[in-house]
Design a protein around this ligand. Sequence first.
Ligand code: NDP
Length: 342
Amino acid sequence: NRYITIKAHIDGAPKESDFELKDAALPLRVDPDTNLVIVKNLYVSIDPYQLNRLKSFSSSQTAINFAAGVTPGEGIDAYGVGKVVVSGNPEFEKDDLVVGLISWGDYTVVKPGVLLRKFDPLGLPLSYQVGILGFSGLTAYAGLFDICKPKKGEKVFVSAASGSVGNLVGQYAKLFGCYVVGSAGSKEKVAILKEKLGFDDAFNYKEETDLKATLKRYFPDGIDIYFDNVGAEMQEAAVANMKAFGRVAVCGVISEYTDTGKRAAPDMLDVVYKRIKIQGFLAADHMNVYQDFLQKTCDQLSTGKIQALEDISDGVESIPSAFVGLFRGDNIGKKIVRIALE
Ligand code: NDP
C-alpha cells in the first residue's frame, strides 16, 4: 500500500520535496471484532487546509482543532471516494461505494468512528462527491446562504473565484439573483468565470496594484457580500469597499497559510461605522443544510444550471504536485487526484 507522507513539518510554502511516497503492507483480512474496513481509494480531495496540519506548532501558532496535526512519516487522511474491498464492519460490504475520510494513498484501513458512509452516485461522476457534492459545495452553499444571507440584486464579491469553493459561491449567487464579481490569478481563469460560469465580471488580482481602487472600479456603489477565501490585503480592500450592513464570510485565508507574517488588518473603525458583520465559519457545522444543498445542487446539475469545474490528476505519486499547486494557483476548479479507476 503506497501512501504519501511528509519528511518533516512544513513551514512556509510547501515544496514537492517536502513529501515522500512510502509503502506498507496491507492486511489481507480483518477480524470482525475490530470493525475495520479496508477501502480501495478512488478519488481523493486536495485541500489548502491540509497545509495547516502539516506545519509544526512549536511556535506561537496553535494547532487547528478540527483536524489533528500530521506526524512526519505517517499517512495523511483526506476526504475522498473509495470502494470497500474487505469489511469487518456489518454496516459495509465488499464493493460498497463509500465517501469519507480516506488517505492520500492506494488503500485505507478505516477504523470505527471515522467518517465513512455509503452513497449512491445517482448516475453522476464519482469525483463529484469530492467537490461539488462534497465539502466544497457545502462550504459554498452554507457560507453564502447561512452566513451571508443574500438578498436578490445584492452585490457579491468572491476571491479565489476560480477555485473549488469560489466558483460555486459565484454560481449559487448568480442563480439566486445577485450581481457577482470574482478575482482570480490568471487571464485564463478570468475568462472562464465570465464566459463559462456566468459571473457578471472578474479580474486578475495579480495585474492590479491598488486593490482598494480596483474594487471601487468594480463596485462603485459598494459591496454587500464579500466571500473571503484569501485573507490579507484582499480582505482589507474588500472591507474598505463594503456598504453599510455588509457581510463578510471568512471561509479561508489561503494567502496567510504560507506566510506567518501576513495577517489581514481591516480598518475596524470602518467596520464599526458601516456595521459590517465579519464571520468565520466551518462547513462541518452546517450539516443541517446538507440535504437541502444536495437536492438543489443535483437538480441544478441535471438541468445544466450549475457546472462542476474539476481539475483531476492521476496517481498517488501526483498528490504532492497537486497539493503544492494549490498555493501556486495551478488548479482551475476542484483539485482532485484519481487514485484508481473503479
Ligand atoms: P481552491 O480550489 O480555491 O485552490 C486554492 C486557490 O487559491 C488557488 O487556485 C489560487 O488561485 C488561490 N491562491 C493560492 N495562493 C493565493 C494567494 N497567496 N493569494 C490569493 N489567492 C491564492 O481551494 P478551495 O476552494 O478548496 O479553498 C478555498 C478557500 O476556502 C481556502 O482558504 C480554504 O482553506 C477554504 N476552505 C474553507 C472551508 C471551511 O469550512 N471554512 C472548507 C473548504 C475550504 P488564484 O490563481 O486565484 O491565485
